[in-house]
Ligand binder design. Sequence first.
Ligand SMILES: C[S@@+](CC[C@H](N)C(=O)[O-])C[C@H]1O[C@@H](n2cnc3c(N)ncnc32)[C@H](O)[C@@H]1O
Length: 208
Amino acid sequence: MTSSARFWDKVARRYAARPVGDPDAYHATLERAKAHLQAGQKVLEVGCGTGTTALILAPATGHLTATDGSGEMIAIAREKLSAGDPGNVVFEQAELTQADLPAGSFDAVLAFNLLHLVEDLPAALQVLRGRLVPGGLLITKTVCLGGWRALLLWPLIAAMRLFGKAPHVTFLRPAELDRMVAETGFEIIETGFYPVRSASRFIVARRA
Ligand SMILES: C[S@@+](CC[C@H](N)C(=O)[O-])C[C@H]1O[C@@H](n2cnc3c(N)ncnc32)[C@H](O)[C@@H]1O
């Protein structure tokens, strides 16, 4: 098991119990994501956590495979299915880079609040690109804590990591993330911040 999966297993129940930080920004993100999804499409979500977003977005897709590296997160997501199953979503424990997910077969890949937690982001972006059909979409929202925010937060997160209280965090600037996405072979077709004056960079990018 990876150290990331161990961390998220430990905090999963607490994470599930936390209310959404900014419901308006969350709904705005979902609306923008839905605007790019179509009925009949095969969609993959990576780092789906407790499955809330997957369960909301599944009706806007043909089929949604929602994955997460943490078995505990996936267990909670499956519990939610018994409260309301849209009938076209499956939850699977899988590392982002796990090879046995089908390559080149998804119309869209979703990654919300995940990419800043990945240690080798260029490699992860290549894997996500490889999961898409040509012209398929990467729809992602990423916390970008680079620049002045890093000056404040890096020491805090480094100290928390020493005690196992924080996961790995890559301190990205929004422009740096955009560049990495473009350099992976995507054409960026939409960007935004939700909430507007936040560090949460929303990107929709088409596999070139
Ligand atoms: C901050 S939570 C976000 C969960 C959900 N997407 C959301 O927006 O609420 C990050 C999630 O990504 C998962 N994760 C982190 N690194 C991962 C990796 N390399 N492969 C798969 N999942 C990963 C964690 O287990 C956790 O559930």
